[in-house]
Design a protein around this ligand. Structure first.
Ligand code: BG6
Length: 317
């Protein structure tokens, strides 16, 4: 995707490149050959490949590759709001901003660095952002690729304001799937959800895994820490483990909405499913000086992996 690769001097596993607009991208690699590509436009992960070079994230062939709009696909950061309300743009401004690389961020737990290739990004509000959202914050994002190929994202939002503020958040994650009608999501059974297709009305999910035969746009509430997306045809299971992120968004635009979206192919809804680790129903409120952390770890494993292993109480971080 990028060009003019140049080796970045102080971390051997990282490579800094520029995209078609001259915006920096960082490529993370692990020794087995897995990789992840992060754009400083939005702090968006635009590619995640396993050690066989297979792309695990969906990107639309119609994606608009010009800022400020976030590219359709990958994993975009929705902050300081998820959804569309008030004067802020849909899913907030973080995904349309240019982030900076932070060489020496406040420390994380040593396990967050050990054996991982990672990059630390920083977003602070610009003057124009303060007009619409008048709160001083620092948003630190670490994107890591582990030695087993797992992709880990850690978001830290700090209030550097004199007053409290509240926000909602999501890792808007477009998984690449073989055929949406062959996919099911496990881990959300029996949960309550808000249905965005019914004015956010609250319903309760039945006992079965979720399958897809029409448009879906839901926020599942207070979900377990572990959710799985099973792709039968490709014999691949995505496992999402999350912390600090109680909710899970499940979205597929299906046929009609796909046709209405300018940056999405008419048939592409078959090849993608969004499952977002999120904090939406209850806003996160930070007092001055406080910090919030939201983490997600994504694994792509062969489907022989048994779903009984999805122990929601697993202490994995
Ligand atoms: C989903 C939302 O997560 O993102 C949908 O639940 C929304 O309501 C979709 O349409 C796409 O949003 P965007 O802003 O990336 O086009």
């Amino acid at each position: 995707m990028g060009h003019s690769a140049a080796v970045w001097d102080h971390r051997a596993s990282l490579e800094l490149t520029k995209d078609w607009n001259g915006i920096d991208q960082v490529v993370l690699r692990n020794p087995q050959g897995a990789s992840a590509r992060v754009s400083l436009h939005g702090g968006q992960v635009i590619s995640w490949r396993n050690d066989r070079g297979e792309e695990l994230l969906f990107t639309s062939s119609k994606a608009i590759l010009k800022p400020p709009k976030a590219m359709r696909g990958g994993i975009s950061i929705c902050f300081p709001q998820f959804g569309n309300c008030g004067s802020l743009e849909q899913h907030g401004f973080a995904r349309s901003k240019i982030w900076t690389i932070e060489d020496d961020p406040p420390p994380l737990h040593p396990n967050d660095s050990l054996g991982k290739s990672f990059i630390d990004l920083l977003l602070k509000p610009a003057e124009e952002d303060l007009k619409f959202w008048p709160h001083g914050f620092e948003f630190r994002l670490r994107v890591s690729l582990a030695s087993d190929g797992n992709l880990i994202m850690i978001s830290r939002v700090r209030n550097i304001n004199g007053k409290p503020f509240s926000f909602s958040f999501a890792y808007h994650t477009h998984f690449s799937v073989s055929d949406i009608s062959e996919v099911r999501v496990e881990g959300l059974e029996t949960l309550d959800y808000l249905d965005n297709l019914c004015q956010k009305e609250r319903f309760t999910e039945q006992g079965d895994a979720i399958t897809f035969e029409s448009e879906v746009d839901r926020v599942y509430l207070s979900s377990p820490r572990c959710v799985a997306v099973l792709d039968h045809e490709r014999k691949r299971t995505y496992v999402m483990r999350k912390e600090g992120l109680p909710d899970v968004v499940v979205w597929n635009p299906w046929e009609k909405k796909s046709k209405a979206m300018t940056d999405f192919g008419d048939e592409e809804y078959k090849q993608m499913l969004c499952v977002d680790a999120a904090a939406i129903e209850k806003n996160i409120t930070l007092k001055p000086g406080e910090e919030w952390t939201g983490r997600v770890e994504l694994a792509a494993v062969p489907s022989s992996f048994c779903s009984d292993d999805l122990d929601p109480h697993l202490n994995f971080f």
